[in-house]
Design a protein around this ligand. Structure first.
Ligand code: UTP
Length: 406
């Protein structure tokens, strides 16, 4: 182990690592652990006592509302289908998260939503995508981001299920980066005697992880101009929606974001807006009461369009921001770890900080963004929690309402 690392360990808390190292000869430190400590960005530790991200001045953005979209729907759809047929559209499935709130111990997409038959989340998403590709009579290249924790099982699952009827030549996987987690006092957590407790680094690093995996060559050779990025957990997700693609192209914006009307002014979703004149997302807890309830002359909430993690990015703009430094968000999560006596603890409550990059910061790096309203009853059924709001139960009800057999 390098001397600088030992100095870092000694100058910060690090009770788990110090205790562990006191029981072994420093020469015997496992290679993997040694590399993780060498590669680690130690400045992350300074963030846990930081003030969080400093935000600019917010103003409303409004949206292209469903009624506006309806008027031009066939035009947008034709434009979108044409882009798909020309092979200009790819899709990115963000499936590297750990789904700790759901508490399912495999990749979230492997969760079975079925009641009388099997219906896995991945299967439902592919079926949504196939509705578009069947109509376009052209495949959309699908890139699936996994993490070191679920890469193998995800790939095997797709293979075992014959890619749920999608052409496997159009499906590729890439693995996102990992970062260490720390307890609330900044002690780096160990997951075993060989490794730190590493977690995926958030959903904001997908493009750089894709480039690192060499998939930029694939984007170039296929001449993909637009990427539709979406979360694994919204089972009503419309993927490569030609109307959304067409409207974004037609608007001349660099990116598009699907939004839904908030269920109530204080709903806990981030709202698309402007921050210092740039597209941005204001979190529900950042809204003052006055902002949350203020409306325009038609009575529409000014900060009333919530994002559902379905974005369309122009690839040339992604290249411009690929080397940008993203803000790191410190989030509380449940992280299993090896206690000082060597036994593995599986916490019931959040016990640690994870360091995450978020896709919403990517939206802020764009000069403009089309806010595109969709009907939440038809396009928003997130599976976040085991029970209660945004749970398996609420998502099942919404699937049934939309005619999906479970
Ligand atoms: P969430 O914000 O719900 O995070 O992810 P999560 O880790 O999956 O779940 P919880 O909070 O622990 O319960 C939103 C989307 O971003 C992806 C997820 O897979 C999901 O599609 N994501 C999240 C990643 O791909 N990588 C990450 O590091 C985090």
């Amino acid at each position: 182990m390098k001397k600088e690392i030992l100095d870092k360990l000694n100058s910060t808390n690090q009770k788990y690592l110090k205790n562990y190292l006191s029981n072994i000869d420093i020469k015997d430190i496992p290679n993997k652990l040694d590399h993780q400590l060498t590669d680690m960005d130690w400045s992350l530790l300074d963030l846990i006592n930081g003030q969080g991200q400093k935000r600019g001045e917010f103003s409303p953005l409004g949206a292209m509302e469903i009624s506006d979209i309806e008027k031009n729907k066939s035009h947008y759809k034709e434009l979108g289908l044409e882009a798909i047929r020309k092979g200009e559209v790819g899709a990115i499935l963000l499936a590297g998260g750990q789904g700790t709130r759901l508490g399912f111990n495999k990749a979230k997409g492997m969760f079975n939503m079925g009641i009388h038959k099997d219906l896995y989340i991945f299967e439902q998403l592919i079926s949504n995508l196939k509705e578009v590709t069947d109509e376009a009579k052209a495949y959309v290249p699908l890139y699936i981001m996994t993490s070191e924790k679920n890469d193998k099982e995800t790939k095997e699952f797709f293979k075992e299920h014959d890619y749920f009827g999608y052409d496997e030549n159009y499906v590729q996987f890439f693995v996102q980066d990992m970062v260490p987690s720390v307890d609330f006092d900044g002690n780096i957590l160990l997951d075993s005697k060989e490794s730190l407790a590493m977690s995926p680094n958030g959903n904001g690093g997908w493009f750089s992880s894709m480039v690192r995996a060499g998939l930029d060559k694939d984007l170039n050779s296929r001449k993909i101009k637009w990427l539709n990025v979406f979360a694994v957990d919204n089972v009503l997700q419309r993927i490569a929606d030609p109307v959304f693609i067409g409207a974004t192209i037609d608007s001349g914006n660099e990116c598009g974001a699907k939004v839904v009307r908030k269920a109530d002014p204080e709903e806990r979703v981030g709202a698309l807006c402007l921050e210092d004149g740039k597209p941005s997302i204001i979190e529900y807890y950042e809204l003052t009461k006055e902002m949350a309830y203020s409306t325009d002359e038609k009575g529409t909430l000014l900060y009333g369009f919530g994002v559902i993690l379905n974005y369309l990015f122009r690839v040339d703009k992604l290249w411009e921001i690929v080397d940008n430094k993203f803000p790191v968000h410190v989030v509380k999560k449940k992280v299993p770890y090896m206690a000082e006596d060597g036994h593995l603890v599986k916490p019931e409550e959040p016990n640690a900080y994870k360091f995450e990059l978020l896709i919403l910061d990517m939206v802020y790096m764009m000069d403009n963004c089309l806010s595109f309203e969709v009907d939440r009853k038809k396009e928003f059924a997130p599976v976040k929690n085991a029970q209660g709001v945004d749970s398996v139960e609420t998502a099942r009800e919404l699937l049934i309402e939309n005619g999906v057999e479970l």
